[in-house]
Design a protein around this ligand. Structure first.
Ligand code: GUN
Ligand code: FE
Length: 468
């Protein structure tokens, strides 16, 4: 009896002793499971295809939920499914707002941030007067880092979660930018400018040094986390044939890296290229001849291109960054989106800061709309149709991701995509709020946003599931 009693007391004591830690453990484990899953509640909107080809190209789920686990999209759920998750997930309420994939900027120069809105010149004079003296400063790594930090914050403020970025000729400029992007876990592609002629001495490399420095940068940064490298010959006039050849050599040596450059942006530039490369059929043909027109090549502007050029781009699987704000600002010309579309060329938007006048993809889409309207009214081609807001929002996300061959990673909310997304406030300004009251459907809402929106319309920006 005595021993039994003792055993009984022992057991009670032990149970009492362990019950608190077990209870505590259950609380911790269940909160950890919950912390792993987060549901963002709001109007979920994304594209699954190109709206000019497929009339069922988008999904819009009013008051649904975007389910994120460990920085990855797990699901999109409807309102009725939200309750099922209630005990298992943390719910963040963005009711009434649009949850959309982050914008992807296909062409931007981070060192030109400080010279945005420089007055009065066309491309070649603008480069000489403003751009080159500014880019000189980026030999200083500490300075470059300061600007890179400011630049990335501007992207976030504007809902841009990924970008293809020009550095300067200095490797330090690219190291600085990648260091910031790595810290931020951002999907970013960038490269050191190659420029071995027709530029001030202080900004020139040589064919060999440009090759060697690019190689070192590729080895250090390409495929490190979410970063990728882009070989970056500035444009045909500032590279010797030898430099272009070595650029192609790097593309062959490191499959998976990108190529970014400028193409046929300005009439005087096109004339100059004809003189420098008389053997080439066209400006694009210079890049083709040197092996730079290929899958993962992104050409900024491409205003003065003909049908053969567009065919060649489509065949190579390269892509065009349409930069309407820059093209209007420098008076470069009007990009024929309808022609590119008819050749099934991949296109996305570039802000092209600092020739572009805004970091905002809304403002870029607004300028794109106006560029197309001008071509329509000029009656040049009866096939020109106004840019629909669906097409514009597609180009700014999934279209750009396809241009970069990373549509399996970003650009929409299909299962397994990286959780880069934004929360859009439709009523960020008095005018937008008033206008939205009179919008009859989603298309009208999106168009008002495209024309009137700016950084104030971006309520939140998330990178890899983390709020910025
Ligand atoms: N062509 C060559 N360099 C540049 C540049 O920095 N900006 C633009 N818009 N066009 C260029
Ligand atoms: Fe540019």
């Amino acid at each position: 009896m005595v021993t039994n009693n003792l055993k009984y007391i022992d057991l009670c004591g032990i149970l009492r002793l362990i019950s608190f830690p077990i209870f505590f453990l259950i609380i911790v484990v269940s909160s950890l499971v919950r912390a792993e899953t987060t549901i963002y509640q709001g109007n979920i909107f994304h594209f699954t295809d190109d709206p000019s080809i497929n009339s069922n190209a988008y999904q819009y789920i009013e008051n649904g939920g975007l389910v994120i686990e460990k920085g990855i999209v797990k699901d999109i759920i409807s309102e009725s499914d939200l309750t099922k998750y209630q005990d298992r997930a943390k719910i963040i309420d963005y009711s009434g707002k649009i949850i959309f994939p982050g914008f992807i900027d296909l062409h931007i120069h981070y060192p030109q941030t400080e010279m945005i809105a420089s007055h009065g010149e066309e491309l070649l004079e603008w480069l000489r007067e403003y751009t080159f003296p500014t880019e000189k400063k980026f030999s200083d790594k500490a300075y470059a880092k300061e600007v890179a930090n400011f630049f990335i914050k501007q992207l976030y403020k504007n809902g841009t979660t990924s970008a293809l970025v020009f550095g300067t000729v200095h490797p330090e400029s690219v190291n600085a930018l990648f260091e910031v992007a790595e810290r931020e876990k951002m999907r970013l592609i960038a490269g050191k400018v190659l420029m071995d002629r027709n530029a001030p001495d202080y900004l020139q490399d040589s064919a060999e040094s440009g090759y060697a420095e690019s190689k070192t940068l590729i080895e250090r940064w390409h495929n490190r986390g979410r970063l990728s490298y882009a070989i970056t010959p500035r444009f045909a006039p500032t590279s010797t044939p030898q430099q272009l050849e070595l650029a192609a050599k790097l593309l062959n040596e490191f499959p998976g890296i990108y190529m970014q450059t400028h193409l046929a942006e300005n009439r005087k530039e096109v004339e100059w290229v004809k003189q420098l490369f008389p053997q080439a059929r066209s400006y694009l043909d210079v890049y083709s001849l040197y092996g730079l027109n290929r899958d993962r090549s992104i050409f900024a502007h491409a205003i003065y291109v003909d049908n053969m050029d567009l065919q060649s781009i489509a065949k190579a699987g390269s892509a065009i960054a349409f930069c309407p704000s820059s093209n209007l600002f420098l008076g470069s010309g009007l990009f024929p989106l309808y022609k590119a579309e008819s050749h099934a060329v991949d296109v996305g938007f570039g802000t092209d800061v600092g020739a572009g006048t805004s970091f905002s993809m809304f403002q870029t889409m607004a300028d794109a709309y106006k560029v197309i309207q001008l071509q329509k009214s000029m009656g040049e081609n009866t096939r020109v149709r106004s840019l629909s807001p669906f097409k514009a929002f597609y180009l700014a996300t999934l279209g750009a991701a396809k241009s970069l061959n990373i549509e399996n990673k970003i650009g929409n909310f299909e299962k397994g995509r990286e959780a880069d997304f934004i929360v859009i406030d439709l009523e960020a300004t008095d005018l937008l709020k008033f206008r939205m009251k009179h919008a009859k459907n989603l298309e009208e809402q999106l168009f008002a946003l495209q024309i009137l929106g700016d950084d104030r319309s971006i309520y939140r920006t998330y990178i890899s599931g983390e709020q910025k």
